[in-house]
Design a binder for this molecule. Sequence first.
Ligand SMILES: [Zn+2]
Ligand SMILES: [Zn+2]
Length: 333
Amino acid sequence: MPAPAPGEALLRVLRSGICGTDATEWRSGPHLFPVGDAPHPVTGHRGPMILGHEFVAEIVQPAAGSRFALGDLVAAGAGVWCGDCPRCREGRYNLCQRYTTLGLNVDGGMAEFVAADERMLALLPPGIPLDHAGLAQPLAVGFHAARRSGAGDDDRVVLIGAGAIGTFVLAALRALVRADVTVVDFAGSRLDRALRVGADRVVAAGDTTVAEVLEAVDPRGADVVIEASGAPGQLAAATRMVRSGGRILQVGLPSRPAEIDLAAIVLREVTIRTTNAHLFPTDVPAALDLLATSDLGAELLDSVHPLADIAEQLDRLASGRLEGKVLFDPTRP
Ligand SMILES: [Zn+2]
Ligand SMILES: [Zn+2]
């Protein structure tokens, strides 16, 4: 049973998700997880550690002076920020110099109980199914990415990658702007889902992907290209899909350094941006809102499991055999 620090609530976890970051730690880590000879610089945590940075829970013991009541249902942003470093003062909480994430740097929500800072908890909208609310954190990451892309109403946007994160970015784009969105991935169920979630058109990846995208979107290139696959060669492909003066947003985390033709980017004044995590105060409520008012949860949820299935499901995710999101219900035997 965790002991909450001042400002923390004690939570009973109802749903907890895993993402590619967890699968990478499982397969080849520790990378972000603290270990004995490399404790976390802010928390001093030395591991072993409980994973879980995507969870919804019930408040069983609010912090002193809390805005929450016993029994309130909340979604966690999972990242805790200090509030007064230079980046926090700019409102860029996800870049806080003391940022720590539950489930990556300190014990997280893949457990029956977890203690969490109340600043990164958001009340669930009434009536939202727990299985859908459990997708709020990764969808918030999609909202942050969509905002970071700077895509506007009249922009032609190309989104590379229609896995879980790419689909969250697509859904957030649809919720935020009226841009024209073309989605690129391998032919099959991912592209079918992209069309259902609101892509204007899809292009199946192959030998002539760049030419097909340019033909479908604009021969001079797209205004914004979002690279959400993290696959080798895709950032380079993005540089050939974007127009002069356009923008590329790198969302995926490539597993090795990527080679791109800088001259072609410099001469055409292409901007490359990146995105990481989310801004809790704007992105988590936006994600909960969309999940409460759309079919997105049903579209993206693969299955719900007892905690005992965690190793099997991490293997499934790490091997790329998972198209949607897997959640765990720690109240299930
Ligand atoms: Zn994640
Ligand atoms: Zn800070």
